[in-house]
Design a protein around this ligand. Structure first.
Ligand code: HEC
Ligand code: HEC
Length: 384
């Protein structure tokens, strides 16, 4: 009995079996990648329990440009609530720029290499690393497109030290964190608040560690788990439209769940999927991004190459041809090779409307978009 693999339209793999055509059975989705609602609360690290006062302090710091050596760039310059806690840009502009979001203008005089990676939204970042059925450790939460750091408490020193993001040429990289702590210590409003949140009689309450703990606690408060999908999974069968429910099955059938599964729609692992960019990240293994709240964070992909979600789906639809030529045909010219999980992609243009409707059901429109009216340094909020 002859079993041979053929390709129809170079997209759907079919098995020709005794003259009958049957769809090749896709491999089962592992339990940790099954669809699931977000938990209602995040897990804090044992040494950084959250309190409302700590979150309020972290919120000030997050919006305060005093954290940057130039005193002009805040975390919120790039992670702004108006743009889903990202910046609505392909790639961000840090020091030397002016304005917020897509309208932010680069400085002509800065002479600083442009940043090359798309800014991730921070909604639900306190769930980074969460998959079904595994104990969650916030200190091990992967950070960045290449997962080169773990834990929110460690992540934030990177932008403070980065020349293009927040440091500029106003201080040496090795001094950036100490100088930032000094600036915060000068401000009465912070001295009072830190003394209450981190009481340490005889000791200095404002340190790199307490600044990091406050900002991380604030970031963990940025949750958005009340999407139509979450309500549907928690038992409200009317929360998703019929089209969205069908789209959910199409999304599963298309093989997306192998990587974009679990409560965060990410396995948080690195994969080479070969998104063409213009720089050093092409063909590099990148962390599966969450698919939650994408309605807020266009443009997409690691360099912001895709203007819309439809552009991303077009990319996957075209990728299937390349996958069948290289992974199945053993073309060694692909270096590093594409991720073998991509063999399970089955996405056709007819599937786009359903998948797009389903992705729309992952937006939590009720998230907090408020800004503080002022910050203790007296500088302009977000550096606007
Ligand atoms: C100039 C724009 C810019 C500024 C300012 C900035 N960020 Fe980011 N942020 C980015 C970009 C771009 C990335 C992704 C970088 C990468 O993957 O290499 C990122 C990544 C992150 C991540 C990881 C998210 C994830 O899911 O991987 C967190 C958390 C974060 N930033 C928090 C902060 C905090 C806190 C501050 C302030 C101390 C800050 N950022 C300042 C642009 C910025
Ligand atoms: C082999 C793992 C894998 C599979 C399977 C996969 N993806 Fe992805 N996805 C990724 C990775 C890795 C990225 C980041 C790639 C980049 O930016 O270069 C990504 C990026 C995306 C983005 C952009 C998100 C953002 O914030 O920029 C969307 C949307 C997306 N995928 C949807 C899908 C859909 C829909 C499917 C199924 C048709 C799918 N993916 C299948 C791994 C995967």
């Amino acid at each position: 009995m002859a079993v041979s693999k053929i390709h129809l339209g170079a997209s759907v793999g079919l098995l020709a079996f005794s003259g009958h055509l049957v769809l090749a059975q896709p491999p089962a989705i592992p339990p940790e990648m099954q669809l699931a609602a977000l938990p209602v609360s995040v897990v804090d690290p044992a040494d950084n329990p959250s309190t409302p006062e700590k979150v309020a302090l972290g919120r000030w710091l997050f919006f305060d440009p005093v954290l940057s050596a130039t005193e002009k760039v805040a975390c919120s310059t790039c992670h702004h609530p108006r743009y889903g806690w990202a910046d609505g840009r392909g790639t961000p502009i840090g020091v030397g720029g002016r304005g917020i979001g897509p309208q932010r203008l680069p400085s002509k005089a800065a002479g600083i290499e442009p940043l090359t990676r798309n800014t991730p939204g921070l909604l639900n970042v306190g769930f980074n690393g969460l998959v079904n059925g595994k104990k969650y450790d916030p200190d091990e939460a992967p950070m960045f497109w290449d997962a080169r750091e773990t834990g929110l408490e460690a992540q934030l020193f990177h932008p403070i030290r980065s020349r293009a993001e927040m440091r500029g040429d106003d201080c040496e990289e090795s001094q950036a964190v100490a100088a930032m702590v000094d600036r915060v210590r000068q401000i009465t409003g912070y001295r009072e608040r830190f003394a209450k949140v981190f009481p340490a009689p005889g000791n200095e309450p404002i340190t790199a560690a307490t600044i990091a703990a406050s900002i991380a606690a604030f970031e963990r408060s940025l949750t958005g788990g009340d999407s139509p999908f979450d309500r549907f999974m928690r038992g409200d069968s009317d929360a998703m439209t019929v089209q969205q429910q069908r789209g959910m099955r199409t999304f599963e059938k298309a093989g997306c769940l192998h990587c974009h599964g679990g409560p965060m729609f990410s396995d948080f692992k690195l994969h080479v999927i070969g998104v063409p960019g213009l720089g050093r990240d092409d063909r590099r293994a990148l962390r599966t991004p969450t698919l939650r709240n994408l309605g807020l964070t266009a443009p997409y992909l690691h360099r912001g190459q895709a203007r819309s979600l439809e552009d991303v789906l077009n990319f996957y639809e075209q990728l299937m041809d390349i996958v069948s030529e290289t992974l199945d045909g053993g073309d060694a010219s692909m270096d590093p090779p594409l991720d073998p999980l991509l063999k399970h992609l089955h996405l056709e243009v007819e599937d786009f409307p359903g998948v797009l409707a389903f992705l729309d059901a992952l937006n939590d429109e009720s998230y907090d978009t408020s800004l503080p009216e002022s910050v203790p340094s007296g500088l302009s909020v977000s550096g606007e």
